[in-house]
Design a protein. Structure first.
Length: 192
């Protein structure tokens, strides 16, 4: 039975319980990989997520991954799947798991965006201060280049409408953009 078939048969709570079991015991250096493998159910065993609204975590910035696991665990970021999963990551394993994913190669994707559209060029340039010139991220900001359009759009909208508040700068910046500007930015960044 596939993971999706299993999830459909037993429900989200059952999937969370099975995956969380792989994360609960403190990890030795040699079993971080086995603990991190449960993340592959959604984020992809080869680094390519199983759905467009799930972010790539292979090759993502370590400091960002640590922050997000912490925020899910602490309730500063809400998600029906991730919050319970993060609560089952032993605090001593958080950085080890984040480092394991950060060391993985970013999944290759076709690129299409050479330059941002003129309508958003000045706004996208502001993002480079944190997300770096090629949008590949750096402490503390995540990589945006190559994330899916759907994930980027959803995240930008969540910051704009106040559903996501675990970053002090992003809500104000996203609220200041129009819906069409956020859409254009998401398309541009997904194409990098």
């Amino acid at each position: 039975m596939s993971i999706r078939g299993f999830a459909a048969a037993c429900g989200v709570a059952c999937v969370i319980a099975v995956l969380a079991a792989s994360l609960t015991a403190p990890a030795r250096a040699d079993d971080i990989e086995s603990k991190a493998q449960g993340c592959g159910v959604c984020h992809g065993a080869n680094g390519v997520p199983v759905g467009p609204t799930i972010p790539v975590i292979w090759g993502q910035q370590e400091s960002y991954l640590v922050k997000e696991i912490h925020d899910y665990r602490a309730g500063d970021r809400d998600n029906a799947m991730m919050a319970p999963m993060a609560r089952n990551v032993a605090p001593d394993d958080t950085r080890k798991i984040a480092a394991w994913f950060a060391a993985k190669p970013w999944p290759a994707a076709k690129t299409s965006a050479a330059a941002p559209p003129d309508a958003i060029a000045d706004k996208i340039a502001m993002c480079k201060a944190c997300h770096q010139p090629n949008f590949e991220g750096g402490p503390p900001a995540p990589r945006l280049a190559g994330l899916s359009y759907e994930y980027l759009r959803s995240t930008m909208n969540a910051f704009a409408n106040g559903k996501r508040t675990n970053n002090l700068d992003m809500p104000g910046f996203m609220k200041a953009l129009t819906d069409s500007e956020r859409d254009a930015m998401a398309k541009y960044l997904a194409g990098l």
